[in-house]
Ligand binder design. Sequence first.
Ligand SMILES: Cc1cc2nc3c(=O)[nH]c(=O)nc-3n(C[C@H](O)[C@H](O)[C@H](O)COP(=O)(O)O)c2cc1C
Length: 173
Amino acid sequence: MQFDQDVNALPDLYKRAMRSFAGNVSVITVGRGEDRSGLVATSTVSLSVDPAMMLVCVNRGASSWPLFERYRHFGVNSLTPDQQAIAERFSGRGGVKGQDRYALGRWTTAVTGAPLLEDAAVSIDCSIEDMIERETHSILIGRVRAVEIGDPSAALVYWQGSYRPLLAESLSV
Ligand SMILES: Cc1cc2nc3c(=O)[nH]c(=O)nc-3n(C[C@H](O)[C@H](O)[C@H](O)COP(=O)(O)O)c2cc1C
């Protein structure tokens, strides 16, 4: 293995490298009523189990960013393969913004008021405890307030620049 030493080439190289990370696809939701938006994210991970805490990295240039500061909550909706169209909506594809991103799917709320997708593989409701700014992004640290577990047989992942289904039945050895 040869390591590239050219610092100027690092961002492009890093971007290509990250394509090989298989990422769980979640829709991160924020806001209430007509004042809601969100984004699709692969940066969502568990911070700790007890206490139950999550984190997600959000670009402060995203159209939904001001809502995280206003509402201090977020919903994590881990998608199933048949929800890819919802992921595409929340990536801003076609210029869809704000509450129009919610035109697909059935949405509800739990404790914080953040929108939660009824048929998601998993939905998690978080209140924001901390926001750590680093360069273009902020790390949102959320305390888990409610959890809903749906269909555990399939997940939607993003790998090598495409959405892919991950099916439990294809994992048997
Ligand atoms: C598969 C995938 C994963 C993404 N993950 C993140 C992420 O973790 N954090 C983030 O800020 N944006 C992420 N984005 C980008 C946002 O979903 C969105 O496209 C971007 O914020 C532009 O949204 P806007 O139209 O609301 O400005 C991801 C996009 C895709 C397609």
